[in-house]
Ligand binder design. Sequence first.
Ligand SMILES: *Cc1c(COP(=O)(O)O)cnc(C)c1O
Length: 497
Amino acid sequence: MNTKDNYAGLDIFRISAALLVVAIHTSPLALWSAEADSFLTRVLARVAVPFFFMVTGQFVATGIYILHPAMIVVVRGIAKVSRISVLIENSFLHYSCVAMLSVAAAFIAAICLQYLQQRRRQPFRKDRTWIEIDRAALQKNVEFFRKRLPENCRLMPAIKANAYGHGAVLIAKELSRMGVDSFCVACIQEGIELRRAGIGGEILVLGYTHPSGFAELRKYHLSQTVIDYSYAEQLNAYGKKITVHIAIDTGMHRLGERCENVEEICKIIRMRHLVVKGIFTHLSADDRKDGREKEFTEQQASGFYAVLEEMKKRGIPCPPNHLQASYGVLNYPELAGDYARVGIALYGVLSTKEDTLEWKDKLFPVLSLKTRVASIKEIHPGETAGYGLAFVTDRNIKAAVLAIGYADGFPRALSNGQGAVLIRGVKAPVIGTVCMDQTIVDVSGIPDVQPGDTAVVIGKSGGLEITASDLAEQAGTITNEILSRIGARPERNICCS
Ligand SMILES: *Cc1c(COP(=O)(O)O)cnc(C)c1O
C-alpha cells in the first residue's frame, strides 16, 4: 500500500478531503471570523466527509483521518507542557499543527505498514518455472504508442487472457502507474479479478456476458460490449443503468451489430437504461498494409465512419469511438479514434516472427519464461527418450530434463527437434515429445550443465534470444496463442533489470 499504488489524480483530492475532516474538529478560522469558520466546518468540511469515504482506500488520507484525534491530544499536550498556549488559542495555528502532525504520522504509518507487508509477502518462487516481467520494456512500449497516437487518443490496453499470459493484475498495476486508466478484457470474470485487486479506471468487457452477470457488471463498474441489437434489448430490459460500448460489425462478422443497420444502432443509443460510453469496430485484416487486406481495412473503416456520420445527421451525439488494435495502430495510424485497444504489441512482440523482427527496434519483449534443469543423464545408442518411442538415439548423448511441460505453456508441437531452449547461452534442442510437466533436451554440446541450472524458454541467454514469435513459428501458430496459453503454474514477477 504504497502511495504510488493509487491513481495520481485522486491523491491530492483524498488528502484534501481528509484535511477538511481535521478542520471539523479544530475550527481553523474561528478566531478570524465565526461565520467563515462555520461555513468551513459545517458546510464545506461536512460535504467532504461522504466524498472522502467514497474515495477512501488511499492509505495516507485514511491515516490522517484515523490519527488526527490523537494529534489533537498531542498538540494540547505540547501546548500545556511547553506553556505555548497560542498553539491552541490561535485557531488557525492549532489547525495547522494538528494537520501537519496528522500528515506526518500518516506517512510514517504508511511506510511502516508497507515494510511489514513486504516482509510478509512470499518470496518470488524461481524453483521450477517462472516468468519475469521487464517493467522498463513495458514502459518503452507504452511510450512508443503514446508517441505514435495523437494526443487525444487514449490507450485501452487489452489485458484479456491473463494479459496474454503476463499476469493481468501485475500488468494492470504497472500500466496504472504509467497513467493508463482504461483497459479491455474478454469476459466478466477477468474484469472482476482486476477490480478485486484494486484496479481503477474503465474496464470494458469485449465479449458476451450472460444476463445472470448483469448485476455484477453494475457492482464492479464494468462496461459491457453491446454485441448486437437483440443483446442491447436484453441489457436494456434489465431495467437498471449499465455502461456500454456498442460494437459495430464492419466485415469480420464476429461480434457487433451490422454497420448497414443504422436504424437499429441509433435505437440502441436511445435505449433508456444504456449509458453509451463508446462505439467501436474491430479490423480483421489490418496485419497487412497492402493488397486486398488494405482495401478491406479501408472498407471496414468507411463502413464504421458512415455509421458515425449518419448519427451526426440525425442529431444523435457520437460517443467516443475506437477501431484500432495493435496492427491498426502500426499499419493504419490515420484510423486513430478516441481509444486504441492495443494488445499483443504492448507486450513487445507481434503475431508473426517476421512482423516482430520488423518492429524489434521500437517494441521490446516484456516477458521471459524460464525453467530449471531438473536432472542430467547419459542416453546410449539405441535407447529412447520420452513417451511413445518417438525418439531413439544412434549415439551417446547427454540429456537434460527440464521442469516445464505443455501444461506450463510449452507447446507439444515443439517435440523432437521442433523447438529448443537456451542453457548457458547455448541452444539445446528438444528430444522426444514434450510431456505435461517435463521436457527433455539435448545438452551434449554444452559443457558443465548442472541440475538447477536455468533454461531460458522465452528470453535472452548469453548473446542469444528466443522470442515468443520464434516459438509460434516453430509450433505453427501465432505469438498471441503461445503467450495466452502459458499456464497458471509459473509465478510472475517484475524483474529489476
Ligand atoms: C483482443 C482484442 C484486441 C487486442 O488485439 P491485439 O491484436 O492483441 O492488439 C482489440 N480489440 C478486440 C475486440 C479484441 O478482441
